[in-house]
Design a protein around this ligand. Structure first.
Ligand code: BMA
Length: 324
């Protein structure tokens, strides 16, 4: 199966951040969350550290980088955050949402008893005030940037196994909370079977942005091909990750107004398809709407580097509304 990015997408030819830009031990720099705070861009990225040349990974921490233009990034001298104890193995794949001036971080947490989705607030990216941790297995949580009908809203991706015939048929769900702590009123947003470029699983990607026509948001979609052999460092990597785009109802974000039946971003460039830990992976975690209508989409590529693509907001909305 060959996938192509939508013509509305412009990719930067080179990644915006790689392990070579990091002043401490780093190997894979990817799946970052990005926000604009007081006019400055901040990026919280995942660092699987170890030795890139030897293809050895030793652990995961989160690093912070800042930028004046959203393109050129400077990493802080030390890692920002890590979490590990008898129960917690690591936290990873952060997504950032600013709500009423407060930075919220959604993250995945691997524990001895399963994968939990966490939501925290932070003032300085050095410590987290954890507001909720889901029951396992759940991850890819993203928060909407404002309360809707008085409640916080998140997209999430629980991982049912027994009830989905022991296959990865994981879907996108939506929950609400009055206080970020107690979550409920959970509704299905989109099932894997609805997405023509997914035969395995889907999940939320970057936190949504608001447009006049609805909440615009990316998702990741996984195509599995068991005939594919070695791609990247491991013996076998059979999955291809593309990004999709959808529009959700402003008043009830569990309702899909429309979505593109074709991928928005597909793996095509050398650092997306050929070089890296798990090639053919596009995994957006940050999406920003600029005043001139440009949308910046930050995505991890090949689970190895952090990249940027841009598109016009109206083009993205039109892709979702297109009838096929
Ligand atoms: C998912 C997560 C992501 C990763 C992706 C591709 O299940 O682990 O962190 O980018 O797989 O390996």
């Amino acid at each position: 199966m060959m996938f192509k990015s939508s013509p509305v997408i412009k990719k930067l030819e080179k990644p915006v951040l790689t392990y070579q830009d990091i002043p401490y031990n780093a190997a894979l720099i990817f799946n970052a969350g990005v926000a604009k705070v007081d006019g400055k861009y901040v990026m919280l990225f995942r660092n699987d550290y170890g030795d890139y040349a030897k293809q050895e990974l030793k652990g995961t921490n989160l690093g912070l980088a800042t930028s004046d233009d959203g393109i050129h990034w400077i990493a802080e001298p030390q890692p920002a955050l890590a979490m590990k104890d008898d129960e917690i193995k690591r936290i990873y794949d952060p997504r950032l949402t600013v709500i009423d001036g407060t930075i919220h971080i959604c993250f995945a947490m691997d524990t001895q008893h399963g994968i939990r989705g966490g939501i925290a607030t932070t003032k300085d990216f050095k410590s987290l005030d954890i507001r909720s941790l889901s029951a396992p297995d759940n991850r890819n949580m993203v928060l909407f940037p404002e309360k809707i009908n008085g409640n916080y809203v998140r997209l999430e991706r629980p991982m049912p196994i027994y009830s989905r015939k022991r296959q990865d048929r994981f879907d996108i769900w939506c929950s609400q909370s009055p206080d970020l702590r107690y979550w409920g009123d959970t509704k299905l947003v989109m099932g894997t079977e609805e997405v023509p470029f997914a035969n395995d699983k889907i999940g939320p990607a970057a936190p949504p942005i608001k447009t006049e026509r609805g909440w615009l948001t990316t998702f990741h979609a996984v195509w599995r091909d068991e005939t594919r052999g070695k791609h990247g460092w491991e013996k076998q990597w059979t999955k291809i990750y593309c990004a999709g785009i959808m529009l959700l109802d402003l008043n009830d974000p569990s309702k899909v107004i429309g979505f593109s039946k074709e991928p928005l971003i597909a793996p095509e460039l050398y650092h997306e398809t050929t070089e890296g830990f798990r090639t053919d992976v596009i995994f957006p975690g940050g999406m920003l709407l600029e005043d001139n209508g440009e949308v910046k989409i930050y995505y991890g590529a090949a689970d190895t580097v952090e990249c940027l693509a841009t598109a016009n907001v109206d083009d993205l909305v039109n892709l979702c509304l297109q009838k096929d």
